[in-house]
Design a protein around this ligand. Structure first.
Ligand SMILES: [Zn+2]
Length: 377
C-alpha cells in the first residue's frame, strides 16, 4: 500500500501518507497546514487505535504559516494525544550554516537567534535525538556534487532529497527572524512588515477574465517568472518511493532546484523522469511550475493543495503547463473545489487536452490517491 491524502489544509499543505502491508501500516506526515487545519489532523490521529499513533516521520518543509501552523499545535499536545515520531525533519536556524547540527542538551541557547522560536523548542521537547536523526542532527541539504542524499524509513519507504541546496539556506539566514515572525512561531510577536522583505507577495496578481473556458495554449505561453521567496526556496522536497511507485513531494520548492536534482537521479539521463504522482510546488503557483519542469517528468497524477484563499492558487499558467507539456493522459487532483480551479472541470477542455480533473465531494473531504492501485499508473 502507498496512499497519499492531501488533507484539506486551506491555502497550505497537510499530506498524510500511509505505506506498508496490511498487517503493518507505516505513516508519515508532511506539513500540517495553518493552525486552523489542526483540528482535522487531530481528529484523524484520534481515530487511530491507541498504540498505533506513530509516524515514522514528521516533515516540516519550511518556515511558512501555511505549513507550520498546525505542526506547532500538534507538537504542543503530542504527549496527551499519545503521538510519537520516529524522526522530525525541519531545518532550524542552526542548519542554515554549513555544518550546523542540533546542539547537545547542554548547549540550548544555540537553537536560534530568536528568543523562544517555538517550533525548534517544541521539536526538542518531543525528543532532541529525533530531530533530523537520520542526518545525525545535521541539515537536510542537497550537496553540490555526488549522489543525492537517500534515506530509508522503517517499512522500506525510500526518500531522496531534491531541495534545498546550500544556496537557498544561505539566502534564508539573514531573513530568518522575519520568516519566523511571519510564520507565527515567535510567541507574543505579531506578524509585522518584515514579511515584505521575504518577497512573498506576488507582484503581478493580475486577475484573469474568466468568461468561458480558459485557453491553455495562451496561458502556458505566458512568460515564466521564477519564484524568489526565500522561505519557499528553503523547502525540503523529496522523491518518495515504495513498492515500485514514486511520488514527488515538492513543498514550495523552486522549479530550478527540483529540475537540477531530477537530472542527478540515477538512470535519468536525458529522458523524462517517470513518477506516478507529483504535488505541484507552492500550491500550483505560476512561479514554481515551469514548462521545463513539466517536460522533465513523465507523470500521470498531479496533485494541487489549496483552497485558493490568500494567493488565489492554483494559477492558470501552472495548470496549463501541465496540460500542454505533460504528455497527455494527465489527471488533476484538487483537494478543494474553488473559483480558482473549477474552470478545469470543463468536459470540452478535458476532451481536447486528454485529461481528467477530480474534485472532493466537500470542503472537508480532501483528496486521496492510492498509488498501489493499478489505475493510478
Ligand atoms: Zn505554502
Amino acid at each position: 500500500m502507498f496512499r497519499i491524502d492531501l488533507l484539506p489544509a486551506e491555502y497550505g499543505d497537510a499530506i498524510w501518507i500511509e505505506y506498508g502491508e496490511r498487517r503493518r501500516i507505516h505513516r508519515l506526515l508532511i506539513d500540517c497546514g495553518t493552525a486552523a487545519v489542526y483540528p482535522r489532523i487531530r481528529e484523524r490521529i484520534l481515530a487511530l487505535p491507541e498504540g498505533q499513533r506513530h509516524f515514522e516521520l514528521l516533515l516540516v518543509t519550511h518556515v511558512d504559516l501555511d505549513h507550520i501552523g498546525g505542526a506547532l499545535a500538534l507538537l504542543r499536545e503530542s504527549a496527551s494525544l499519545g503521538v510519537s515520531f520516529g524522526e522530525i525533519w525541519f531545518n532550524g536556524y542552526m542548519h542554515l550554516s554549513p555544518g550546523g547540527v542540533v546542539p547537545a542538551a547542554t548547549d540550548d541557547d544555540t537553537l536560534g537567534p530568536l528568543q523562544g522560536e517555538e517550533l525548534s523548542d517544541l521539536i526538542v521537547a518531543n525528543g532532541r535525538q529525533r530531530w533530523n536523526a537520520l542526518l545525525q542532527g545535521g541539515a537536510l541539504v542537497v550537496p553540490d556534487a555526488g549522489p543525492l542524499p537517500l534515506f530509508t524509513l522503517p517499512g522500506g519507504m525510500r526518500l531522496t532529497l531534491l531541495s534545498p541546496r546550500q544556496e537557498q539556506l544561505d539566502a534564508l539566514r539573514p531573513v530568518w527572524d522575519a520568516a519566523c515572525r511571519k510564520a507565527g512561531i515567535v510567541p507574543g510577536v505579531a506578524a509585522d512588515d518584515d514579511g515584505r522583505r521575504l518577497e512573498e507577495v506576488d507582484a503581478e496578481q493580475e486577475s484573469d477574465d474568466l468568461l468561458g473556458d480558459p485557453d491553455p495554449e495562451q496561458l502556458a505561453a505566458r512568460p515564466y517568472k521564477a519564484d524568489r521567496a526565500r522561505p519557499n526556496g528553503s523547502s525540503i522536497a523529496l522523491l518518495a518511493e515504495y513498492g515500485g511507485r514514486r511520488a514527488l513531494l515538492t513543498g514550495d520548492a523552486f522549479a530550478e532546484v527540483l529540475l537540477a536534482s531530477l537530472a542527478r537521479l540515477p538512470g535519468n539521463a536525458g529522458d523524462r523522469c517517470a513518477v506516478d504522482a507529483c504535488k505541484l510546488s507552492h500550491h500550483g503557483s505560476r512561479g514554481n511550475t515551469s514548462s521545463e519542469l513539466v517536460r522533465a517528468l513523465q507523470c500521470r497524477n498531479w496533485l494541487v493543495s489549496s483552497n485558493g484563499k490568500q494567493f488565489r492558487h492554483p494559477d492558470g499558467e501552472a495548470i496549463a503547463r501541465v496540460l500542454r507539456d505533460g504528455g497527455g493522459d494527465v489527471r488533476l487532483h484538487f483537494n478543494y473545489r474553488s473559483e480558482f480551479n473549477e474552470m478545469w472541470s470543463s468536459t470540452a477542455l478535458q476532451r481536447r487536452y486528454r485529461y481528467a480533473a477530480s474534485y472532493p465531494a466537500s470542503d472537508a473531504a480532501g483528496v486521496r490517491l492510492d498509488l498501489s492501485r493499478r489505475r493510478a499508473r
